[in-house]
Design a protein around this ligand. Structure first.
Ligand code: SAH
Length: 220
């Protein structure tokens, strides 16, 4: 077996693990099985690319565990025609998965080195429906709002208000919330017709912290 075939076998096993953990959305499992995760991680951790664990991607950041990528993707409830926003591009892996689940993906990354790498990688791999911006995701990406669903892939102490404003009625916001020193709670908010938010809890998760404006004490 050559290297690419070996990676492909590992990818199939990774998707089986995610399925066994309870992810049942066929579109999510299919998207996961199409994205070559080994091309989104640094050379020195490539061997572990298909383990069900987070991995370092440089700049002190991590690519999330495949099961968590799948769970958060499933919670977005995408059918294929949506416009979605991701905060925390990182390696671009989650954005690539979302690009196979929605029509348009907008993603914001805070760290310029990671931003440049992700843009290059997504372009080279042909994920042409993903657009990436470098900046503070606290502000969302107003130019292309409103979004059908929003995913935040860094942990925040509170839900940034601009993200709520940029979500359509009926839209979902999936975000790990909580105190940085404790386990975060994966939460899905659904925007009701009266624009209030319904809140659901989806378990404890670990994420690198969101930087920038959200760290300031004052409300907006
Ligand atoms: N989704 C990524 C993993 C994200 S790790 C992947 O698939 O690889 C969290 C990312 O959030 C890091 O890259 C970090 O730099 C970024 N981040 C932290 N604070 C941010 C902010 N305020 N706005 C945008 N991105 C932020």
């Amino acid at each position: 077996m050559n290297e690419e075939q070996e990676y492909h076998e590992q990818l199939k096993r990774m998707v089986d693990v995610v399925r066994r953990y309870g992810i049942s959305d066929a579109r999510v499992l299919n998207a996961l099985s199409k994205v070559p995760r080994h091309l989104f991680v640094p050379e020195n951790v490539k061997e572990n690319a298909y383990d069900d664990s987070p991995l370092p991607i440089g700049c002190g950041q991590t690519i999330s565990q495949p099961y968590i990528v799948a769970l958060m993707s499933e919670l977005m409830e995408l059918k294929g025609n949506e416009r979605v926003l991701e905060i925390g591009t990182g390696s671009g892996y989650q954005a690539a998965v979302l690009s196979l689940l929605a029509a348009e993906v907008y993603s914001v990354e805070f760290i310029d080195v990671l931003f440049y790498q992700a843009v290059e990688r997504l372009k080279n791999l042909g994920y042409s429906n993903v657009r990436v911006r470098c900046g503070d995701g606290y502000e969302g990406w107003k130019e292309f709002a409103p979004y059908d669903a929003v995913m935040v892939t860094c942990g925040a102490p509170r839900l940034p208000q601009p993200l709520v404003e940029q979500t359509k009625v009926g839209g979902r916001i999936v975000i790990p919330l909580g105190d940085y020193h404790e386990t975060l709670q994966l939460i899905r908010f659904i925007k009701r017709p009266d624009t209030s938010l319904e809140r659901e809890y989806h378990g404890g998760v670990l994420f690198v912290p969101m930087r920038g404006k959200v760290e300031e004490k004052t409300e907006d």
